[in-house]
Design a protein around this ligand. Structure first.
Ligand SMILES: *[C@@H]1O[C@H](CO)[C@@H](O)[C@H](O)[C@H]1NC(C)=O
Ligand SMILES: CC(=O)N[C@H]1CO[C@H](CO)[C@@H](O)[C@@H]1O
Length: 428
């Protein structure tokens, strides 16, 4: 009997772990050389036609596109590329084994080390929340945990407020950053946690101005449902996990970065509930986005920078996606370029330089993004930050690189906070 139950457990275990990789069996990641804007538009059209998963959009002369293609779409995909005369190569022959290797290496790495700090690994939501609670307990005069509300599946969405003056000094600008809006972009959360660490636990003398003169709102896991799901079930999950059987009986989730109330569904988002770019039934249908909207609006008079952290591609992007530049674009570009230069100044050799510019022209047009929404409602500096993939790992950045990405990105964040503070004081 006991043996039977054990065998059953084993069977279930084998089946679920098998299934976890099986869903990516036969999936390939293609590198595609992007020559010009026509190529970008062409890829965008292919994406909606074949429902491709674009990992990186690419940029003429600077970045190839990375596109994940399923076994059923492969033939059509390659045929279209040939017809367009585009050059391509296979970047990842088998996504299933790539993810399996990543998981196995991660387990080995975790076992071989003890007490890895929460900001130096891919921690789960419970451990991340516990870290913020600990900071608030140990540093009650500067750190406070706030629960914005619940996620669709009922997880608390928590963020940390950092202030030496209890958020009561109007002469200070607020820096609002969030991470892991897209579930699979795991490497973004450590950057948010490391920022807390540097400001609260391990402040250096040269950074004292950042804690004394700026208030911080740091939301490390924007989309906890999707993030947990990408750990347990589907590593390449991107969207939220909301479910409405009246819209679709099976497909779940909305692309949170297409669901804000700006240019909603105007520019190349999807109305197909099964697409990973589904914009949702209406703007702000997603509760996680309503939380971020509430944070933005309740501190709008003082939020000077909004930083929406993604992975990957090494880009710093700003609005608007309708091809109109914000009125203060010169200042925005100055801050973005300084951030990029500071990151570049501390990155590893042979890594891409950051590219800085308007999101539509540098990357691709998208509607309903939080970056555009924040800019439009009056946040002076609203950026999308795309972290590096260390040149070849895509979303599967090995944890060994987390400390490097944390420290180089912190250099950029610190600089952007300083510059934005100067502009904030000048505005008053
Ligand atoms: C683009 O959007 C911005 C922000 O809402 C707006 O100010 C601008 O007029 C729009 N441009 C066009 C061409 O519609
Ligand atoms: C820039 C871009 O890709 N635009 C596309 C958006 O979708 C329409 C309709 O599918 C295309 O015609 C555009 O080329």
């Amino acid at each position: 009997m006991v043996l039977k139950i054990f065998a059953l457990f084993l069977l279930i275990f084998v089946q679920t772990s098998f299934g976890k990789y099986e869903q990516y069996q036969g999936y390939t990641v293609y590198g595609v050389v992007i020559r010009n804007q026509d190529d970008i538009n062409f890829i965008q059209r292919l994406q909606s036609e074949l429902d491709l998963d674009i990992w990186r959009a690419g940029m003429p002369g600077a970045r190839h596109a990375d596109i994940m293609v399923g076994p059923k779409q492969r033939e059509m995909f390659v045929k279209h590329l040939h017809a367009q005369g585009m050059e391509y190569y296979i970047r990842e022959g088998n996504v299933a084994s790539k993810i399996k290797n990543f998981d196995e290496d991660l387990i080995k790495w975790t076992k071989s080390r003890q007490n890895v700090e929460v900001y130096n690994k891919y921690a789960r939501v419970a451990e991340i929340d516990a870290y913020m609670e600990r900071l608030a307990r140990e540093y009650p005069n500067i750190a406070k945990v706030v629960t914005a509300g619940l996620s669709f599946e009922g997880r608390p969405v928590k963020y940390l407020k950092i202030s030496t003056t209890n958020f009561e000094d109007p002469s200070k600008p607020i820096y609002f950053m969030d991470a892991t809006m897209h579930a699979r972009e795991w490497v973004t959360t450590p950057v948010a946690l490391y920022t807390m660490h540097r400001l609260v636990e391990s402040l250096r003398d040269e950074d004292r101005d950042l804690r004394d003169n700026v208030d911080w709102i740091i939301l490390p896991v924007y989309n906890p449902d999707g993030y947990e799901y990408s750990h347990t079930d589907e590593r390449m999950w991107r969207a939220s996990r909301s479910f409405n059987p009246e819209i679709h009986e099976e497909c779940r989730g909305v692309d949170l970065n297409r669901n804000f109330d700006i240019f909603f569904m105007e520019i190349n988002a999807s109305s197909n509930p099964c697409s990973s770019l589904y914009a949702g039934p209406y703007p702000f249908s997603e509760i996680e986005n309503r939380h971020a909207r509430d944070i933005l609006h309740s501190h709008l008079d003082r939020i000077q920078i909004y930083l929406n952290i993604h992975s990957y591609g090494s880009y710093i992007l700003y609005g608007f996606d309708n091809a109109t530049l914000p009125a203060n674009v010169a200042q925005i570009h100055t801050v973005g370029a300084a951030m990029g230069a500071h990151i570049d100044g501390s990155k590893l050799p042979n890594m891409y330089d950051y590219l800085i510019g308007n999101s539509r022209f540098v990357l691709y047009p998208a509607s309903g993004t939080s970056q555009d929404y924040a800019q439009d409602i009056g946040v002076p500096f609203s950026f999308t930050l795309e972290l590096p993939d260390m040149n070849e790992y895509g979303f599967l950045v090995p944890p060994q690189y987390i400390p490097q990405i944390n420290s180089e990105t912190w250099a950029g964040i610190a600089e952007s906070a300083r510059l934005a503070s100067i502009f904030y004081r000048a505005r008053r």
